[in-house]
Design a binder for this molecule. Sequence first.
Ligand SMILES: O=P(O)(O)OC[C@H]1O[C@](O)(COP(=O)(O)O)[C@@H](O)[C@@H]1O
Ligand SMILES: [Mg+2]
Ligand SMILES: [Mg+2]
Length: 335
Amino acid sequence: MNFNLALPVGTTLDRFIMRKQEAFPFATGELSQLLRDIALAGKIVNREINRAGLLDVTGAYGQQNVQGEDQQKLDVIANIRFIRALRNGGEVCTIISEEEDEVIQTGNKKGKYIVAIDPLDGSSNIDVNVSIGTIFSIYRRKSDTGCDGTMEDCLQSGTQQVGAGYVIYGSSTMLVYTTGHGVNGFTYDPSLGEFFLSHPDIKTPANGTVYSCNEGSINSFPEGIKQYLSYCKDNNYSARYIGSLVADFHRNLLKGGIYIYPATAKAPNGKLRLMYECNALAFIVEQAGGKAIDGNRRIMEIEPTELHQRCPLIIGSPEMVDKVEEFIKSEVAAV
Ligand SMILES: O=P(O)(O)OC[C@H]1O[C@](O)(COP(=O)(O)O)[C@@H](O)[C@@H]1O
Ligand SMILES: [Mg+2]
Ligand SMILES: [Mg+2]
């Protein structure tokens, strides 16, 4: 096998962020710093996940979060790591986390940004060596600096995001993010301790033949979704469901496909959380040419009323999302 050692050394995440910032001469560099802080915490959490089986950090933590879900030890560790990085970085005044009932005021009252975060996504896959992730949304505060972030700062719709991304801890670890100028993906090289640009300007395929949803609950899915799933089967689509939103989303983003978590009897408003799961991925998918809806509305236009609000999610290749919408609309028209 011939290796092309003449290939240039890749672009590091730091250099990429710096170059992007230079394109905006009036940018202060605070958002760039915030992205670096998230990348740093991602590296630390990556290390914790990789060693989890060797240390006493697998399994349940013994407490529940505000949503009544059992916390895993790594959920708690990732939460601590990200909060610490964001607090130390100084750019963030307030954090919304899946693992915390109330907002966290970092004490950085001059910080211009609010971050909403799912520190570890895919809890049920933590202890079985299956891909998991971190999801984040970044908002600019509306209130003046010099005080804690207010509820109004926190409850902004997805259209107000200034940045969003995820880290996927998979067969390799990647950071994928957008600041509203396309989507770029960086692969982590653990031996060098750096993220390198590996997936520039990601565009999602307009159509696909993969659908991802937990069909175990199909009996209580809305009629339009049931019909779409029959359509997928009639057309010999492939079913792929990992059960970690980040991993299911990432695969479909790159290869084309659709992820559906509708309202069910168990979760009448859907299971996923608007503020730190749906909005971030909706921003990314739209920047990559895809779509994200809750069945009736564009996800990013939902006005949040609660920190931990849930919503149904239909996200992925644009033509597939349009097709689901058609089934939903024709079902509504038939009633
Ligand atoms: O087990 P279900 O009902 O299919 O739910 C799976 C979904 O729940 C989640 O695990 C929720 O995320 P958390 O692990 O952060 O709570 C998603 O990642 C995933 O897509
Ligand atoms: Mg999650
Ligand atoms: Mg989580």
